[in-house]
Write a protein of this length. Structure first.
Length: 306
């Protein structure tokens, strides 16, 4: 990613910090993906612009065997966010987003002082295989499954006004994906990440009581201790997210993640944040840290380009 900037982002009218670092989660719903849907007649100029953008997303990574994908939803104050935001993106106010997650909407309804803050997500996707065309990154051991993560901010395109979230950090747990991303202009940062079972402390012969997902980005250690939830439902269809990011090598980049999961599952557990850098500060200052639901099975693709 580009070097840190002290520039504070202005929040366009488009669309008390928590005292503890561990927040319990109960039944969780609503996926933290940005869903874009366009219906009706599209003017020729806009259609041409969309077709041109499709052509520019020329690099495609195929995702096979999605083990799990989930997001942490936050509200952040972009005026206090000390990270670089792409210059052609403007952060959106939570109270101006029509399809705002119900949990976030409930927060700003009960605490209107956060209505001007911007939704932000930290998403993690673990899969069996990522096919890069000339390279396949694959791992059968679930504890070592390739991971792609993204920390993003709800934003709109300055020129067109359409929704396209701004990437603050792209990261992965494997050096092969990091190097492949750098070759193709995608600023993927390798992080230390682990996935392991949470054993039953009272009965060593009993099955694990949950799964711990943990990764360290910069000086921040994020840990999700999830309890096993048996209920799952069939996924309703594809989900997609569109992002914009600044690349050190190639300037402005656009990325789109499209997944076709087989199942969705609620998540229950606790989120723990340790650290003192800008990433930790953004998470700790949020009035909500909402996790889930998870998507499982199926596959998809990550397409990106200029």
């Amino acid at each position: 990613m580009a070097p840190r900037s002290k520039r504070h982002a202005a929040v366009e009218p488009l669309g008390t910090p928590l005292p503890e670092d561990s927040i319990p989660a109960t039944r969780l719903a609503a996926l933290a993906f940005a869903l874009a849907a366009i219906a009706g007649v599209v003017p020729p100029s806009l259609r041409a612009q969309e077709e041109e953008e499709e052509e520019q997303l020329s690099r495609v990574w195929r995702i096979e065997g999605l083990r799990t994908g989930f997001c942490v939803q936050l509200l952040v104050d972009p005026q206090r966010l000390d990270v670089t935001i792409p210059g052609d993106a403007r952060p959106l106010r939570a109270d101006a987003i029509q399809d705002l997650n119900p949990v976030l909407r409930n927060v700003i309804s009960n605490q209107p002082e956060f209505a001007g803050w911007t939704p932000s997500t930290i998403c993690l996707y673990y899969m069996e295989t990522v096919d890069l065309g000339s390279l396949r990154v694959s791992e059968q051991d679930p504890d070592k499954a390739p991971m792609i993560g993204v920390w993003s901010l709800a934003a709109a395109d300055v020129a067109g006004g359409g929704r396209k979230d701004a990437v603050l950090r792209f990261f992965t747990n494997t050096g092969r994906l990091e190097r492949a991303g750098q070759v193709n202009g995608l600023d993927l940062r390798k992080v230390r990440s682990t996935v392991r079972d949470i054993e039953n402390d009272y009965d060593a012969t009993a099955p694990p009581i949950g799964i711990r997902y943990q990764f360290k980005l910069g000086k921040t250690l994020l840990t999700w201790d999830g309890r096993r939830v048996s209920d799952s439902t069939r996924a309703n269809g594809p989900v997609s997210s569109d992002w914009r990011a600044d690349s050190r090598r190639r300037g402005r980049m656009t990325a789109r993640l499209t997944l076709t999961p087989e199942w969705t599952k609620a998540m229950a557990g606790s989120l723990r944040v340790e650290g003192e850098d800008d990433f930790a500060d953004a998470i700790k200052s949020s009035p909500v840290r909402f996790v889930g639901p998870a998507v499982l099975g199926g596959g998809g693709e990550l397409a990106f380009g200029r």
